[in-house]
Design a protein around this ligand. Structure first.
Ligand SMILES: NC(=O)c1ccc[n+]([C@@H]2O[C@H](COP(=O)([O-])OP(=O)(O)OC[C@H]3O[C@@H](n4cnc5c(N)ncnc54)[C@H](O)[C@@H]3O)[C@@H](O)[C@H]2O)c1
Length: 275
């Protein structure tokens, strides 16, 4: 892990989905760089484990539980932050879920809502509370939303996910306009495939679908076409990203080094959208 010592000293940083994957890696590095980290997630045991790891290494953090899809839970979370932590300098809205590979004609409404509620409404609920507080405090701020390469281009059997992540980038640009007068910068990162528990679970589900389709007499190509990986994937770097590589971009956008950067959907996609 690269560490810029004291880059975030004296700063308070909220990270949603901080108990796993990219969010957890962001919590660990931000704390190592001096931030007081507010780790947000649904699972208290996993959240406390992240806090314990940070504290053991000499950092400062607190875990607060919230399901970002529930508006009243997000409002309660921010009331708790006001009471227990104080003002936020930086917010990383990272919590998200991936779809199950349905083609548009077979997309159940419940699945559409699950993905949109988490990846879009969850970010909106958090962004609104963050913006209110940063505006009222009058000292600027930085917000980084975690989108996806599928927020920059289409992807096979992923209509809810693609829609939610395009919306994250739209929201990011709209918020950059609203918040620039208050010196609050808003950007997004847009990862391609990154090795996290989310992609491990998704890969397992895809393998099971392929095996079932082949057991039913389909060829490998036909079986793959029934999953998300049946489409085109073109990361120019020909490998997955590490969570830490995504965190490098997230924390750059959160830092003063990106002081003149706002409204940018940053393609952290291994060159995918340059193809
Ligand atoms: N891993 C990838 O390949 C990849 C690619 C593109 C974008 N992303 C995005 O990166 C972000 C992080 O993903 P990851 O790969 O680290 O996944 P992950 O599953 O390891 O972590 C996601 C975290 O979000 C939390 N979360 C999910 N729903 C929540 C809710 N309703 N309330 C609170 N927390 C919730 C999960 O519990 C988990 O801690 C997501 O927004 C994802 O869409 C990931």
């Amino acid at each position: 892990m690269y560490v810029f010592e004291n880059r975030f000293a004296g700063k308070t940083m909220l990270i949603t989905g901080g108990t796993s994957g990219i969010g957890k890696a962001a919590c660990l590095r931000a704390a190592a760089e001096g931030a007081f980290v507010v780790v947000v997630g649904r699972n208290a045991e996993r959240g406390q484990a992240v806090v314990d790891e940070i504290v053991q290494k000499g950092g400062k953090a607190i875990f607060l539980a919230a399901d970002v899809t529930r508006e009243e839970a997000v409002q309660a979370l921010f009331a708790e932050i006001d009471a227990k932590v104080g003002p936020l300098d930086i917010a990383i809205n990272n919590a998200g879920v991936v779809g199950h590979g349905e083609r548009i004609d077979e997309m159940p409404t419940e699945e559409w809502n699950r993905v949109i509620n988490t990846n879009l409404n969850g970010i909106f609920f958090c962004c609104r509370e963050e913006a209110k507080r940063m505006i009222a405090r009058g000292q600027g701020g930085a917000i980084v939303n975690v989108g996806s390469v599928t927020g920059l281009t289409g992807f096979y059997r992923s209509s809810a996910y693609v829609t939610s992540k395009h919306a994250v980038n739209g929201l990011t640009k709209a918020m950059a306009n609203d918040l620039a007068p208050f010196n609050i910068r808003v950007n997004s990162v847009n990862p391609a495939n990154t090795a996290t528990p989310l992609t491990a679970a998704s890969a397992q589900e895809i393998q099971q679908k392929i095996q079932a389709a082949m057991a039913a007499g389909k060829s490998l190509e036909e079986a793959k076409a029934e999953t998300m990986i049946g489409g085109k994937t073109t990361a120019l770097l020909k490998r997955s990203s590490t969570p830490e590589e995504q965190v490098g971009a997230i924390l750059y956008l959160a830092s003063d080094d990106a002081g003149y950067v706002t409204g940018v959907p940053f393609a952290t996609d291994g060159g995918w959208t340059a193809y």
